[in-house]
Design a protein around this ligand. Structure first.
Ligand code: C2E
Ligand code: CA
Ligand code: CA
Length: 702
């Protein structure tokens, strides 16, 4: 059944009702009529009998007289009178033991109803009445015989019955029609109207249109039905809108980044795909920019997680506002964004955009009343020049950004084929590094540390060297981050520790008992749960006094996980090993670290020693660091000292120790000890002895 097309008339409720009522009323009407007819038959039958008896009674007296007198004429006359009655067919006066005295007769009534009436009443009914004389003798004369033709009464009966049955049926039909009319006016029509409204309701918004309550039905079942239906529609509408909202939310979540509300990586990829298709059909170019924050990890450690997220949100707002509808921006991942610039004619347009985006970060972000500055690096790749599919383009833009970051930050870099080669070479190198230990390609170089008060060499820093079979010496600045990334730094760092301890043990045995060894500890090693036990074990194994061992960690490595670092460093401190904060000044140099961590020494990064004392900016920094060291009771060592001027300046400012080419380049153990003994470096002899050690042994890449 389709409400729109309407209901087939046969199926209409009112028609069904009409049929049912009609049938019921007909059956009832006919049955009642039949009962009536039946009663009528009974009455009629009795009436025939009664009339016959009356007739007999009426003529009893004259018939008895005629019989008494044997007067045929009189008898005939009496009987003739009976013939007045149409139903009398035969009437006779019969004398006792003799033929009839008189008799009248008429032919039977040729009625077309005979067949039925004969069946009901019998065709002829015969009545007899004895004829007596007067009382008291009461002499019997004979009998009066009356034969009644029932067809007359039958005809009347049948005609009556037809009327009864017919009117019964008519009544039934009339009743049924009346009922139909009432039903269809009261129910079917309002229902149809409601259905019409119902079918015109928009399934998308079922609650927007209410069904009207048919007039006069406000308080009955129909009204109640409509009200209930309306409530149901409203509730469906409500739930539907809730579902739609939920669906839209899910949709948004799957397409947009929850934090910045920018399109996520997947949506970006789809968008790039679309733009590529469009651009290739029109022969246009697209630039894909990958923008990554510099040092987001450190930022995360510096401020709390929420604040770092807050910066990302503010940053994305700035980028979005700047970009407007000039390009399309999305978030690739943690601190990386992608910007698609279509219809570009010259690559410099992309460079301009990159420059403008980087510039957006000049203004600091204000978080919890604190001003924070972040910088970003952008990698750029071009379609179709650099690649023609989403993945390649995205990967290349990311590579370009990574490569740009490894050179210097806060700049942009176009993807060039050499980057690809470079990335490949890096991968290859990473694999080679994995085998370096096994292939005995690693070694240690040692660089002296000079104490100004004592006027002698007091310590040595162990620096790792990797001699690649084909590429020769590779800079630790290049391979240490790789090893950290692949976690190869764990076995490698372990090897460094073992060898450094062993070497120090040898030198101690050789008579330089006070000599101190500094070993670099990477962030990954610092987080390693076994590191403290390992150090304690080595101290014991090589019989090293803990105070002659020093571990160097950088600020960036402790902020990877401040809590763990704090615990680990305290444990190291507990076993008596010294701790130096390496590259001080290059990270966030927050004073709060110095308070929280048990450092003995800070090492001023070599970048601040450069150009001393001419470089005034560096002078200020160095002076400040020395002051900080003093106020925290920490020793201060300057790295990268190459000239006497630098040394003089540092001594003047109160720096206690120095390290750099001026005292000696990093050398392999054997060369180092030769120089130590050759020049008696461990004595309080003046420094020029050590300057002579600057002979390049090829064992370092400086
Ligand atoms: P670092 O710990 O700051 O080491 C000092 C770096 O400065 C060394 O570079 C050293 O050769 C160089 N240097 C020393 N004096 C001078 C100077 O007067 N002028 C100049 N220009 N440079 C000087 P190197 O050996 O290339 O090491 C680089 C970095 O690699 C180290 O910086 C350290 O962070 C890391 N590294 C080296 N060995 C290890 C190691 O065994 N484990 C870990 N985790 N990191 C290491
Ligand atoms: Ca160091
Ligand atoms: Ca350093």
């Amino acid at each position: 059944m389709d409400t729109k097309k309407g209901i087939h008339s046969k199926e209409q409720l009112s028609i069904k009702l009409l049929k049912a009522v009609l049938l019921g009323a007909c059956i009832l009407g006919v049955s009642l009529s039949l009962v009536q007819v039946f009663l009528d038959v009974h009455q009629s039958s009795k009436a025939i009998d009664r009339k016959a008896r009356e007739m007999l009674a009426m003529i009893n007296e004259p018939a008895s007289r005629a019989a008494y007198r044997l007067d045929t004429g009189m008898g005939q006359e009496v009987l003739n009178g009976l013939l007045e009655m149409k139903s009398v067919q035969v009437a006779a006066i019969r004398l006792d033991g003799a033929p009839e005295l008189a008799m009248v007769e008429r032919p039977v009534f040729a009625s077309r109803y005979r067949l039925i009436s004969d069946y009901i009443f019998n065709p002829i009914r015969i009545y007899r009445q004895p004829l007596y004389g007067h009382k008291p003798e009461k002499e019997y004369f004979g009998e009066l015989i009356l034969s009644i033709d029932t067809a007359y009464e039958g005809k009347a009966l049948i005609q009556r019955s037809v009327v009864v049955v017919f009117s019964g049926v008519i009544r039934a039909i009339a009743m049924a029609l009346l009922l139909y009319l009432i039903y269809s006016t009261l129910l079917t029509k309002p229902l149809k109207r409601v259905i019409r409204h119902l079918s015109s309701i928009d399934p998308e918004e079922p609650g927007q249109q209410q069904l009207p309550i048919p007039k006069g039905n406000e308080n009955n079942e129909l009204g109640l039905w409509v009200k209930t239906a309306n409530k149901l529609l409203t509730s469906i509408d409500y739930h539907y809108s809730l579902r739609q909202k939920a669906e839209a939310r899910i949709m948004r979540l799957s397409q947009y980044d929850y934090l910045t509300r920018l399109p996520n990586r997947r949506t970006l990829q789809n968008q790039i795909n679309k733009l590529i298709e469009k651009a290739s059909s029109k022969g246009e170019s697209i630039a894909l920019l990958c923008l990554g924050l510099d040092d987001f990890k450190s930022l995360n450690a510096q401020v709390n997680f929420n604040a770092a997220e807050h910066i990302l949100v503010k940053l994305s707002d700035r980028l979005r506002n700047h970009i407007g509808n000039k390009a399309y921006i999305g978030r690739l991942g943690e601190d990386q964004f992608a910007i698609i610039q279509s219809q570009i004619e010259q690559p410099y347009e992309a460079a301009e955009l990159a420059q403008a985006l980087i510039k957006q970060l000049d203004r600091p972000f204000e978080i919890n009343n604190e001003q924070l500055t972040v910088s970003a690096t952008v990698g750029i790749t071009l379609f179709p020049d650099d690649g023609d599919d989403v993945d390649t383009l995205l990967q290349q833009a990311e590579f370009a950004m990574i490569m740009a970051k490894s050179r210097s930050r806060n700049r942009y870099q176009f993807y060039i084929a050499t980057i690809d080669t470079e990335i490949r070479q890096r991968k290859r190198l990473e694999m080679d590094l994995h085998k370096a230990l096994e292939h005995h390609e690693l070694s240690l170089a040692f660089q002296p540390q000079f104490n100004y008060q004592k006027g002698k060499l007091v310590g040595i820093e162990a620096l790792l060297r990797w001699k690649h079979p084909e590429k020769g010496l590779i800079s630790p600045d290049m391979f240490i981050p790789m090893a950290e990334h692949s976690l190869d730094i764990i076995p490698i760092g372990d090897w460094v520790l073992e060898n450094a301890f062993q070497q120090l043990h040898r030198w101690h045995l050789a008579g330089y008992e006070d000599l101190r060894m500094a070993v670099n500890l990477s962030a990954v090693q610092l987080q390693d749960q076994n590191i403290v036990d390992r150090i304690a074990y080595l101290l014991d194994k090589y019989q090293i006094p803990p105070e002659t061992m020093e571990l160097e960690v950088t600020e960036t490595s402790i902020i990877e996980d401040l809590e763990t670092s704090k615990i680990q460093l305290r444990k190291i401190k507990e076993i008596g090993v010294g701790l130096a904060l390496d590259d001080f000044g290059t990270g966030y140099s927050s004073l709060s670290y110095l308070k929280q961590f048990p450092f003995d020494k800070i090492k001023i990064d070599k970048s601040f020693i450069e150009g001393l004392p001419e470089n005034k900016e560096n002078c200020v920094i160095v002076e400040a660091i020395v002051q900080i060291g003093k106020s925290f009771g920490l020793k201060v060592l300057a790295e990268g000292i190459e000239t006497a001027e630098q040394e003089n300046y540092l001594i003047e400012k109160g720096c206690q120790e120095g390290q750099g080419y001026y005292y000696g380049k990093p050398l392999p153990a054997q060369d180092f000890i030769n120089h130590l003994s050759d020049h008696n470096a461990l004595s309080t002899e003046p420094r020029p002895n050590l300057v002579n050690m600057n002979r390049d042994q090829g064992a370092n890449n400086d």
